[in-house]
Design a binder for this molecule. Structure first.
Ligand code: SF4
Ligand code: SF4
Length: 483
């Protein structure tokens, strides 16, 4: 392990890694050479701090914190530890900060910086041999930060822009016309060539880089789609916010696949955001309101299962029972609702294939979205779903499969420097699979890796798992896949 810097070497040994190739690798813009210091460590994020850091409303649970035995097994899988090599940017370090805060420490800007930099990717949960429920700890911590920490005005405004726009499909739709003009009328290319973008603040530059291609027309999903043949199940499908606006073709493909597999599919027209983005950011009240709305919509549709094709949304919806545990009107309904939530590939594997799959002679590399593999423990089902397609060759990302691509909800917008480094690192690793198509199950990962590929001057089309299955069932050609 002599090629690794000391922090990565220590992490490797703590994690039981045998070879440097198990860990931080010299790929892309990221890697040991950049692992120097916490990005933005000197940045002022604080107007004032409160003493003590946490209030009495669901602070991180002391018993969950005490499950951590400080073994360090989680360190090699933590993206921010790989980037910055700083103990306080590791899961163990952040748990230590939570302990200090519980013991009365003030919520200072340095502490907030280390919490903000956590991607919430949950790789540490998968790696932890002691079963530490870090997802509950960081969620409770973020809520405390949002309640008790005064961010700078610029930071507050940027966050308000994101959280008052992205979870609202109607507002997003209003944005599509000017964005379409920007992308189609040659303005985008002219702006990119002019160098103006380099002078923009990092966060705005990141927004431009990650802007999805605006589809020429939407693919609205009907409120009810009957099953092809005898109905095996009655399911509901979450349309999402960003997904519905920019990836409506993925929703349409998902509904076609479900119907072909014998499901009647309800898409309740009144459904809104599932709340994942808000919950990820510690905006508790907002996230709870969205969760109640989703429960109301799908209860009315009387479905056997709620199918989700966005990893982050599914992960949040499976936790509604915990989120609404104090709400007498919703606690039991939320538990029942969460028990019905299924990722699309998880559900397809549960019911088994019925529709004929036509050959798709294509080599694909499958990228695990963190909120599927770490958040929901779903790794086998998407691979099995792809492998049921004749003539499709499935390849793995050869290195750092467990490491986040840096998308993580809105992380790549809020933390563009770290997001870009992780994205470029993932893009290099994806390219090493030498595939013709990148397949994933999360629009955030799709956009993030595509942006990194563009930065690297490389091109690799990308598609959702459900688009690939849909193409196979319809007998469409490989060339129709990928954007
Ligand atoms: S979170 Fe788990 S893996 Fe990490 S130090 Fe604590 S006990 Fe060990
Ligand atoms: S959630 Fe991800 S970034 Fe945060 S501590 Fe765990 S592994 Fe690190």
């Amino acid at each position: 392990m002599t090629d690794l810097p000391s922090h990565s070497r220590a992490a490797a040994q703590a994690g039981g890694a045998a070879e440097p190739s198990d860990l931080a690798q010299d790929v892309g813009a990221a890697g040991p050479a950049t692992a120097q210091a916490t990005v933005g460590a000197g940045r002022s994020e604080s107007g004032f701090s409160l003493l003590p850091a946490f209030d009495g409303h669901h602070p991180p649970d002391r018993e969950l914190i005490d499950d951590c035995v400080h073994c360090g097994f989680c360190l090699p899988t933590c993206p921010t530890y790989l980037l910055f090599g700083e103990e306080m940017d590791s899961p163990r370090g952040r748990i230590h900060l939570m302990t200090q805060a519980l013991e009365g420490e003030a919520m200072n800007s340095t502490m907030v910086r280390h919490f903000d930099l956590c991607l919430g990717c949950l790789a540490c949960v998968t790696a932890c041999p002691s079963g530490v429920q870090y997802e509950k700890l960081i969620e409770a911590t973020r809520q405390q930060v949002e309640r008790r920490h005064q961010r700078t005005r610029a930071d507050r405004l940027f966050r308000e822009l994101i959280y008052r726009l992205f979870p609202y499909p109607r507002r997003l739709r209003l944005m599509t016309l000017p964005l379409k003009l920007y992308q189609r009328a040659g303005v985008q290319r002219a702006v990119q060539r002019s160098g103006v973008l380099q002078r923009l603040p990092e966060r705005l530059r990141s927004m431009e880089e990650l802007m999805p291609p605006i589809p020429a027309r939407g693919n609205p999903v009907p409120a009810w789609t009957p099953a092809a043949g005898a109905q095996r199940a009655r399911v509901g499908v979450l349309l999402g916010c960003v997904q519905r606006t920019f990836f409506s073709h993925v929703n349409a493909a998902t509904v076609r696949v479900l119907a072909a597999e014998g499901c009647g599919v309800a898409a309740p027209p009144g459904q809104g955001c599932c709340g994942a983005l808000s919950l990820h950011a510690g905006r508790e009240a907002e996230g709870m309101a969205f969760a109640r709305g989703a429960i109301d919509s799908f209860e009315a549709a009387q479905v056997d299962a709620v199918i989700v094709n966005v990893a982050g949304c599914g992960s949040a919806m499976k936790e509604y029972g915990h989120l609404l545990r104090d709400d007498p009107q919703y606690a039991e309904r939320a538990r029942r609702f969460s028990a019905k939530v299924r990722d699309a590939s998880e559900f397809l594997q549960e019911i088994g294939p019925q529709a004929e799959r036509h050959p798709l002679p294509v080599t694909v590399v499958y990228h695990d979205a963190c909120h599927l593999q770490h958040g929901q423990g779903i790794t086998r089902q998407p691979r099995a779903t792809l492998q049921q397609i004749p003539e499709l060759t499935l390849r793995e990302v050869p290195r750092e499969r467990d490491i986040c691509c840096g998308s993580a909800g809105t992380y790549n917008l809020l933390e563009p420097e770290a997001g870009r480094e992780l994205g470029d690192r993932k893009a290099h690793n994806v390219l090493a699979a030498d595939a013709q198509l990148l397949v994933t199950a999360n629009p955030g990962c799709h956009l993030q890796i595509q942006a990194s590929l563009r930065r690297l001057g490389r091109n690799l089309p990308a598609a959702h798992v459900m688009e690939v299955v849909d193409a196979s069932i319809r007998g469409a050609s490989t060339e129709t896949l990928g954007s």
